[in-house]
Write a protein that binds this ligand. Structure first.
Ligand SMILES: [Zn+2]
Ligand SMILES: [Zn+2]
Ligand SMILES: [Zn+2]
Ligand SMILES: [Zn+2]
Ligand SMILES: [Zn+2]
Ligand SMILES: [Zn+2]
Length: 594
């Protein structure tokens, strides 16, 4: 598969020094590689070091090393191959013959690593020294990265008296790790017993190192893929954030529009109410006014009537009417009327302090918030071991990506898991209380003794999944109290079902079935002294008293009905089982300590 080649791109990226923009060469512009894999020509790098500038001009990485000199940095000879490849492929450039340095080169010898002109090629073909050399024509040469290796130069030993020796070996000595020539191998890199110098075939070492490097590349490409995914996630988060901001703004807009509407409705209501009050007061006052005006009219009418009767000066006629007129005037005089307008109150809008109150209220309306918490920095603290039925604390602390404790006030809940896919449903979602900046706490207990460990805590922030923390908290069973059952409580404890067989007898009790008498395997050996029962149900027996043990402590085992043995038993919890011991006298001390 051939790869398309962009000559200008290749030149810019690999063949020019980024500082002086000159093409690299094998002398003063020999490329040197910094640890960040950026290359500069020998001259430019030397200048940088002389000026004590130890940061890569391209990526700003610090490249300072102890005893720094240009020679501390590896030469890159692959650029020379690439340069010849680019020269051969670039039809704009004319390549000079490397032999005569005169004619235009038309071919390249893969074994001399040189461009050759037409006449030199003729000589090259006939001379014995060059027999077997592989020469290819530059005309029609396909510019594809697959052909770069055809321009490969053999590395030559740089030691002065080894100049013509190709680097065909590799010294794998711990302090060498470099290609050497056969003369080196016989002199300064002479292998010794002390394994200071180890000569290896350069081809093998190349294959090994190239293979391992390609493995490393495949591995780092996985990281690259992961990073690409991360970048995608970051950008998705940025998109989500942009959407989220729009949604949030719309929500704010909506609630405030609603608030405005509510206020407008309230305003309109108050205006209507004001009009209503005014109307009521108007009606009342106008009614009073009508009454008053009527009264005035009545008084005036009476006065006019009187004036008219007096004006005639007809004594007898007046006297016939005088009582009626007098009564009328007295009646009018005695008529009570409200001396004041019936409603002197004005309508007032009580806005006392409303401005300040509102300001206070408005300042608390709504809250825009988020958290700076970085989920991988979440710290969940649980005891390493918990006893069931005992309270324990869960503390969850939040930090931002700089590991600073976050100060946001959030709603934090969590779910505990026994296994990755098995949440402790009996506990459900636990709510935590804010203790201080970014620190939340709750206390809980596990009642279900079947649960053996907590392996995961899933944390939720403001109702959304935030982070899951793996841990390993063991849950120990609560230690059971040793239960002693006395004969006075025997019938409270024993129920009436008895199962008898060849082996031990089973008696139904509030604890479950009690087995007594010889075990089946013990029958032949006539050992009836072992009494034992398994707890089939989980039952608290605290009400049984130790004192009642004194009763009937002395009877002999062989002659006693096996059921009666349980009139006096002590029970101990051993390795998940209740073990009943026979009440021989020498057990008294042990039993009474309970
Ligand atoms: Zn340069
Ligand atoms: Zn760099
Ligand atoms: Zn020539
Ligand atoms: Zn040749
Ligand atoms: Zn050498
Ligand atoms: Zn060596």
């Amino acid at each position: 598969m051939s790869t398309a080649v962009n000559i200008e791109g290749l030149k810019k990226q690999f063949l020019e020094c980024p500082i002086c923009n000159e093409l690299f060469n094998q002398t003063n512009r020999h490329p040197r590689v910094l640890p960040c894999l950026h290359s500069y020509c020998y001259t430019c790098l030397k200048k940088l070091i002389e000026q004590s500038k130890y940061a890569c001009p391209l990526c700003k990485s610090d490249f300072f090393v102890q005893n720094i000199s240009v020679d501390s940095f590896s030469k890159d000879n692959t650029r020379r191959d690439l340069l010849d490849f680019v020269r051969a492929g670039d039809n704009k450039s004319v390549i000079q013959c490397d032999e005569c340095e005169n004619e235009k080169a038309i071919s390249r010898c893969k074994d001399c690593f040189r461009f050759i002109c037409k006449s030199c090629l003729a000589a090259h073909k006939t001379m014995k020294t060059f027999s077997g050399h592989e020469v290819f024509a530059l005309d029609g040469f396909e510019l594809s990265m697959d052909h770069v290796s055809e321009f490969r130069h053999a590395g030559m030993c740089s030691l002065s008296n080894h100049q013509k020796n190709p680097l065909t070996l590799f010294c794998a000595g711990p302090d060498c790790q470099k290609p050497i020539c056969y003369s080196c191998c016989l002199t300064s890199h002479m292998p010794t017993d002390k394994k200071k110098h180890i000569t290896r075939d350069i081809e093998t070492v190349y294959t090994e190192k190239a293979t391992s490097m390609i493995e490393k590349k495949d591995k780092i490409l996985k990281t690259e893929k992961e990073l690409t995914g991360l970048s995608k996630s970051i950008n998705e988060q940025l998109d989500r954030l942009a959407d989220n901001v729009d949604t949030t703004k719309t929500e704010i807009q909506a609630i405030f529009e609603l608030a405005c509407e509510m206020l407008q409705r309230r305003r309109d209501l108050l205006i209507v109410k004001t009009d209503q009050l005014k109307k009521e007061k108007d009606t009342l006052l106008k009614k009073q006014d009508t009454e008053v005006i009527n009264f005035i009219e009545t008084i005036r009418d009476a006065c006019i009537f009187l004036d008219q009767t007096v004006a005639t000066k007809n004594h007898s006629a007046f006297l016939l009417l005088s009582k009626t007129i007098s009564d009328r005037l007295d009646h009018l005089q005695d008529t009570n009327f409200d001396k004041q307008p019936r409603d002197c109150n004005l309508i007032s809008f009580n806005k006392a302090n409303l401005g300040a109150e509102w300001q206070r209220f408005v300042d608390t309306v709504g809250k825009v918030s988020s958290s700076s918490a970085f989920s991988p920095n979440t710290k969940v603290t649980l005891p390493t071991a918990i006893e069931s039925e005992n309270d324990f604390d869960i503390i969850i602390e939040f930090f931002d990506y700089d590991n600073a404790q976050v100060s946001d006030d959030m709603i934090i809940t969590c779910v505990l898991f026994e296994r990755a896919d098995a949440p402790l449903t009996s506990l459900g979602e636990l709510s935590l209380t804010h203790i201080e900046n970014g620190k939340y706490q709750t206390s809980c207990k596990i009642m279900d003794t079947g649960i053996q460990r907590i392996t995961k805590v899933e944390v939720m922030m403001n109702g959304k999944d935030f982070y899951a923390v793996e841990l390993n908290t063991m849950i120990k069973k609560k230690q059971k109290e040793v239960t002693t059952i006395g004969s006075d409580l025997y019938w409270d404890f024993i129920e009436d079902t008895v199962i008898r067989g060849k082996g031990p007898t089973a008696v139904k009790s509030k604890l479950g079935y009690l087995l007594s008498g010889p075990k089946l395997s013990d029958v032949n050996r006539k050992l009836g002294a072992v009494g034992m029962f398994n707890i089939l149900t989980n039952h608290k027996m605290k009400e049984f008293k130790v004192e009642s043990l004194e009763i009937d402590i002395e009877h002999e085992n062989e002659n006693t009905d096996s059921i009666n043995m349980y009139q006096n038993i002590s029970v101990e919890f051993q390795e998940n089982r209740y073990v009943a011991k026979l009440p021989w006298k020498h057990y008294h001390d042990t039993l009474l300590k309970n």
